[in-house]
Design a protein around this ligand. Structure first.
Ligand SMILES: C[S@@+](CC[C@H](N)C(=O)[O-])C[C@H]1O[C@@H](n2cnc3c(N)ncnc32)[C@H](O)[C@@H]1O
Length: 219
């Protein structure tokens, strides 16, 4: 795994996604594995045939739990793209525990600032990322552009009580002087942005809080 220095857009994420958050992410994954929504996403990513040998890219991937599970399932190589460096040691630890060191990489890249630094992948994962950015729709477009076969993304459901909860959360963050904010984007806008890049919604589902969808490129 190889990392490079962090870039400036990362500011609010750096403050929010601290090493303690990254460490908890690894500890929770060790104890419980993926949650139900993520398990559905993994099943969908490998649904249309074999995942064997495919390249997986997890954008805003944190410690890279989903790419790790797809590597377990037979994917050939994985890459985690992150804005913040705090995840890197824990991503490395997870790769070591799973014996994936030679097949996975962690890079600090702002996918919106430097899209050309990232190679396309057969399967692109965008799990709980668009809600961390006012540019969530542009993130869906960038991910769609990089997906050779499938884009699997998740985002908060666009319902009034989630919007109300997010407003309260953002007010608390403002009171705590945190620059980090959460965003609820309209699914139709996320899908339209990715579909403009040639992938199309094929399946999806959700929980009370989250929704996921898989978009595939026509062959
Ligand atoms: C809520 S975290 C989710 C992490 C991981 N996907 C998970 O579910 O554990 C969202 C992540 O997206 C990353 N992110 C946001 N905008 C990004 C961008 N433009 N390029 C790369 N990563 C980004 C943030 O650094 C943050 O770690």
């Amino acid at each position: 795994m190889a990392g490079v220095t962090s870039c400036c857009r990362a500011g609010s994420c750096e403050q929010f996604f601290k090493p303690s958050v990254a460490r908890r992410s690894l500890e929770t994954y060790r104890r419980k594995g993926l949650d139900a929504l993520e398990r559905q996403m993994v099943a969908s990513a490998s649904a249309t045939g074999t995942i064997d040998g495919l390249r997986v890219l997890e954008i805003g991937g944190g410690i890279g739990r989903i790419q790790a599970e797809l590597l377990d399932a037979g994917a050939g190589e994985g890459e985690i793209i992150e804005l913040v460096s705090s995840y890197e040691p824990y991503a490395r630890e997870l790769a070591r525990e799973k014996g994936h060191e030679a097949r996975t990489a962690f890079h600090i890249v702002d996918i919106l600032e430097e899209p050309d630094r990232v190679e396309p992948a057969d399967v692109v994962v965008l799990n709980r990322v668009v809600c961390c950015s006012p540019d969530g729709v542009a993130l869906a477009a960038a991910a769609g552009r990089l997906a050779r076969q499938a884009l699997v993304l998740s985002f908060p459901r666009d319902v009034f009580w989630i919007r109300a909860g997010v407003r309260m959360l953002n007010a608390s963050l403002w009171i705590m002087r945190s620059p980090f904010r959460v965003f609820v984007h309209r699914p139709a806008e996320l899908f339209a942005a990715a579909e403009a890049e040639g992938v199309h919604v094929r399946e999806g589902d959700g929980s009370r809080l989250w929704q996921w969808a898989t978009l595939r490129r026509a062959v």
